[in-house]
Design a protein around this ligand. Sequence first.
Ligand code: LMR
Length: 409
Amino acid sequence: TSQLVPLAAEDPLYEVLAACQSDTSKVKIDLGIGAYKDDNGKPWVLPAVSKAEAILRQRLDYNHEYLPISGLKSFTEAASELLLGKDHPSIQQKRLLSIQSVSGTGALYLGALFLATLTPLAKRVANISFPSWSNHSAIFRTAGWSISEYPYLRPCSQEFDLQGTLAAIEASPPDAVFVLHACAHNPTGVDPTPDQWKEIAQALKRKNQLPFFDCAYQGFATGDFDRDAFAIRHFAEQGLEFFVAQSSAKNFGLYGQRVGCLHYIPSSLLSKKESWVTLARVKSQLSSLQRSIISNPPRYGSHIVSLVLNDPELMKEWKNNVLTMSERIGKVRKTLQSEFENRGTPGTWSYITKQVGMFIMLDVRADQVLKLREEYHIYISPNGRVSLGGLNTHNIDHFVRAADRVLKE
Ligand code: LMR
């Protein structure tokens, strides 16, 4: 009975959020969850999103009816074009399927559950980078997978460990799943180069393993939506079969609206006819799973994204909005690096401006993380991850001073 149920550990990121929220200090800084804030530390509703909301509310067909089980077609189609590019053969030949999900998390879970329950992947081993977003292992475990970790950074460095990744692929069984961050790796901010992606694709193809991309930061890494989708497009060109969990939380600032999409791209070894049959089967099963988990996906946010992606003017404005966010984070990176260097804070800081996306990892011990929290009211993740969207021109000085003192101890 439920009385025997042990207490579960708190989610590491949400624990940080709750602790920060209950801190009454005026100087507190929330650098836990990866949610962008503006230079005044306030949540930012993207102007393109506000415009789309205004249009949506004026539409005669604006209502809160159920969406179809697989979601809003104008959203899922536009989302797949954003990912692969309008002219991509997979789009042109309709060799992919897209099903709306409860943000990236829902897409990962739906895909993981589908693979665990409906495909003959005998060993059910999901390979997750170490480190990774803390929820990756939790999601795959809940869906029935055991977890294996592949090394992501070379020991004691802030460089991508290509050899370690390739060795893990080589050592894994043919039907293993590899969870890959499409761009702006969370938490390290270190991405493989295009050439390294090519080697990874080749190795996975040779071993007949299944890549599962998590694409939560398209637009945040290089500021160019096509470049940020390089790995996904390359894998499709190489004919690999794979899944993508796409989130609109970060690049639309629609965190709480839970907008996302699961895409499946079948292997190009299949004939056109075979791939359409496969797609129809997979879509029927994903829809049936979706119905039993959430019935149908949330409506409001998907209409907003659909309006933006299907209107050239709004799309242009939205891409500029994403650039505003990534450029502000870029400035935070520059300030952090020069401040740490000027103060002689222990460590090598040049990596900060080489890396991309929302996060950096500080090389800190658990007691130092605690000290930042208890003495300076600064909240970072337990693994040393700092969410840069929470830093701004008003609070960066307090953060640098505190981190400098703590790291010198
Ligand atoms: C994060 O990594 O902070 C975000 O993806 C938010 C979350 O749900 O964990």
